[in-house]
Design a protein around this ligand. Structure first.
Ligand SMILES: C[S@@+](CC[C@H](N)C(=O)[O-])C[C@H]1O[C@@H](n2cnc3c(N)ncnc32)[C@H](O)[C@@H]1O
Length: 225
């Protein structure tokens, strides 16, 4: 059985049972291999656009004996998405690349009911741009692994009932609603970081955006009192 990191295990939990998954930027293909080994899904497409990860993915799929269940594609983003795919995972890449991959083939999103994302930067832009593509968040999980905070997002088709607030775009509506211990630790870390920047290096006239961010962080922190 393939053992997933805590981050990929969180992604795996968000994949609907019996989804036809495309794992875009699959690299090692651990996610589809593990989901099929556990019987949660039956078929997947693993996609990567670089030769070394593609060969690694292909070897892992062959070694797992799942070649009849996982199609390995050497292609970029959704360029060669299979028509049966109804769920996307795009994990472990930057947020802007995540958005570009989704926006490049909007006609292919007609077939996509669920999107699971683990963007490593620019989460605010991701929430804004994926909502604009006609999806709404149904769950988020923040976790800390290898000294990094990750937020896994699960999106389903259909626009949000009301536009996300600035705080929801920044931190995530479900992250805020859950008020978990990891989010608390993250807020404290960010507060310390912003205070450090303000005290060290930002000229008086450029402090505005940092002070605004600090207020947003402190508004969330007050909820833990
Ligand atoms: C850091 S790995 C993440 C692997 C795995 N998804 C995870 O979360 O552990 C990112 C992978 O995305 C691939 N990648 C980057 N841009 C891509 C694109 N446009 N299309 C397909 N794969 C891409 C890279 O080659 C790399 O193998």
């Amino acid at each position: 059985m393939t053992k997933l990191s805590a981050r990929l295990a969180s992604v795996a939990r968000m994949v609907p049972g019996d989804a036809y998954l495309a794992d875009v930027g699959s690299d090692h293909a651990y996610l589809p291999i593990s989901l099929i080994e556990k019987g949660k899904i039956s078929y997947a497409q693993a996609i990567d656009n670089k030769m070394a990860p593609f060969l690694r993915m292909k070897r892992n799929v062959e070694d797992s004996g799942l070649s009849a269940h996982i199609a390995c594609s050497f292609s970029s983003g959704l360029d060669e998405l299979q028509p049966d795919v109804d769920t996307l995972a795009i994990c472990g890449v930057g947020g802007l690349l995540t958005c570009e991959i989704l926006e490049k083939h909007q006609e292919k999103l007609d077939q996509i009911k669920t999107i699971i994302l683990d963007p490593h930067r620019d989460l605010q832009a991701v929430r804004k741009r994926v909502a604009a593509l006609g999806y709404h968040l149904v769950d988020e999980e923040m976790l800390y692994e290898g000294k990094i905070y990750y937020t896994i997002m699960k999106w389903e088709k259909g626009a949000p009932e009301k536009p996300y607030t600035q705080d929801e775009l920044l931190f995530g509506p479900f992250v805020i609603a859950k008020l978990g211990e990891t989010f608390h630790d993250y807020l404290l870390q960010q507060q310390e970081k912003i205070n450090g920047i303000l005290n060290d290096s930002v000229p008086e006239g450029k402090k505005g955006p940092y002070l605004e961010l600090l207020t947003q962080i402190e508004t969330q922190l007050k909820k833990y009192n």
